[in-house]
Design a protein around this ligand. Structure first.
Ligand code: FDA
Length: 453
């Protein structure tokens, strides 16, 4: 067991922890980053699977994500646009296949009218929400007591409109069923992206990708930190008092003035605290849980859908794969589709054998793109639910009533222990942008505490 002393120990080498460590080092403080896995990046993981470069975790960058864009520029990373030329596909209730351009799905005119009205209503409500303090909205408690599904039912009788609006936040973002989170949590999700219209706009929210993969961000940040990043070092125990902390990890123990817990909130309680965390934290961490989604990658000899005039963008609230896109990797002449199977649908296919699951998922893709979708040359399912150091995807959200009740305390430091994670962000919530934003803010908080001391 090696024993070292630093100003700050950062637990978790994801985008958030590594950003915090980088900012602290820039401010002249010494740091040690302890990472449980044998790699850095956490939910950012770019890997070669059977000869194809795949983004197993996060990948897209949207134009409002200025914290992430700033980091990409600082690290000299280049971006490229997601392929999106051509027409999009929508599958209706009876599997009826329709094509469309723009954002609004080709539904019956009466349903389209309701969808447009709902988007406007959501935008108006979202404009009232400060993503940094959603609990401060005058109706926060009331909006946190009603599930998003129920709230949508109070807005319209049109089921297809509800399913589509619900899908943008439930299946596509929080990756939980719309009955499992509140209307306030849904509004935070939209506010974190600037507006509900932004979330609905795939060309906005899924705009750019990074050449070499988004894991380049944590990899390059870690490279600059050098030997201060310790892999295979899961922190098991954190001893703390007002004078500082001792983080005990496998093979290494770090004594520091401050700790930053840069892990998903669901993993905070996996560490033993001596003394235990205060009552409030022990309670509030139980009210956050990870969403659950399978990100499916299917690589084909050619991007055959482009020849048919399709952009690759496809949606259906009635399909196993509720959304799919052209995800061809920069410079690879082959074509890649990425599709998502969310929450209860993901539970359903994980009850099947791997072969049956693959067949069901590819069949769903074929409903959009035709028979050619059934025979990829590479097929891979990102399964974050079985990753011990993540336990779901994309991120954590509160249960019903949890955001109004506990949100304000989520990032409040406990003595020398600070918290940093995308799942605790306001702007950029659940995204790499939020991870970086919170990382910077947490580091700045520690620097000013040290200046004040
Ligand atoms: P993250 O979870 O990445 O890092 C925490 C680190 O702590 C991990 O490395 C973990 O191993 C470590 N750890 C945990 N417990 C520990 C312990 N006890 N001791 C030491 N280390 C410990 N975002 C986006 O902007 N665009 C996108 O397109 C997507 N898409 C997407 C797809 C999929 C499939 C996933 C899973 C996620 C996304 N996201 C995304 C979300 C994005 O990837 C995510 O919000 C951030 O990468 C989270 O970064 P953090 O550093 O906050 O946590």
């Amino acid at each position: 067991m090696s024993r070292i002393e630093r100003d700050v120990v950062v637990i978790g080498a994801g985008a958030s922890g590594l950003t915090a460590a980088t900012e602290l080092a820039k401010a002249g403080l010494s740091v040690a980053v302890l990472e449980a896995r044998d790699r850095v990046g956490g939910r950012l993981w770019t890997d070669d699977i059977d000869g194809a470069t795949l983004e197993i975790g996060g990948q897209w960058v949207s134009p409002d994500q200025d914290a992430l864009i700033g980091t990409l520029e600082e690290l000299g990373l280049e971006t490229y646009s997601r392929y999106r030329d051509g027409i999009n596909i929508y599958l209706g209730a009876n599997g009826e296949r329709r094509t469309f351009e723009g954002d609004i799905f080709p539904v019956a005119p009466s349903t389209e009218k309701v969808i447009v009205e709902l988007i406007e209503r959501m935008d108006a409500l979202v404009a009232e929400i400060d993503p940094e303090r959603p609990w401060a909205h005058p109706r926060a408690k009331e909006l946190d007591e009603i599930s998003f599904r129920r709230w949508l039912e109070t807005q319209t009788d049109d089921e297809e409109a509800r399913k589509n609006i619900g899908m943008f936040i439930a299946g596509a973002m929080l990756t939980k069923p719309a009955h499992a989170f509140s209307a306030l949590q849904a509004l935070l999700m939209a506010a974190s992206a600037g507006s509900f219209s932004n979330l609905v706009d795939a060309d906005f929210i899924l705009d750019k990708r990074v050449k070499g993969g988004l894991q380049q961000v944590p990899l390059l940040l870690a490279e600059r930190l050098g030997d201060d990043v310790h892999l295979n070092a899961p922190v098991r125990t954190l001893r703390w008092d007002e004078t500082g902390v001792t983080a005990v990890a496998d093979g290494v123990e770090v004594r520091a003035r401050f700790a930053i817990l840069a892990v998903p909130p669901v993993l905070i309680s996996r560490i033993s605290y001596e003394p235990p965390l205060p009552r409030r934290q022990q309670q509030l961490h139980q009210h956050l849980s990870m969403g659950f989604v399978i990100k499916v990658h299917a690589v084909y000899e050619t991007p055959f859908w482009r020849d048919l005039g399709y952009s690759g963008t496809a949606f259906s609230p009635y399909e196993l794969v509720h959304e799919a896109y052209d995800n061809s990797y920069h410079g690879d002449p082959r074509g890649t589709l990425v599709g998502f199977v969310s929450d209860e649908a993901a539970d359903g296919v994980f009850a099947l054998s791997p072969e049956e699951r693959r067949a069901r998922i590819l069949e769903s893709l074929s409903h959009y793109y035709g028979e050619q979708a059934l025979t990829p040359v590479v097929y891979y399912e990102s399964d974050w639910g079985s990753e011990e150091w993540t336990r779901g995807a994309y991120a954590a959200s509160f249960d019903m009533g949890g955001l109004a009740r506990y949100g304000a305390d989520l990032r409040k430091p406990v003595g020398p222990i600070h918290f940093s994670c995308s799942d605790m962000a306001g702007k950029g919530y659940q995204h790499v942008d939020g991870a970086i934003r919170v990382g910077r803010e947490t580091a700045a908080g520690i620097v000013s505490a040290l200046v004040a001391a």
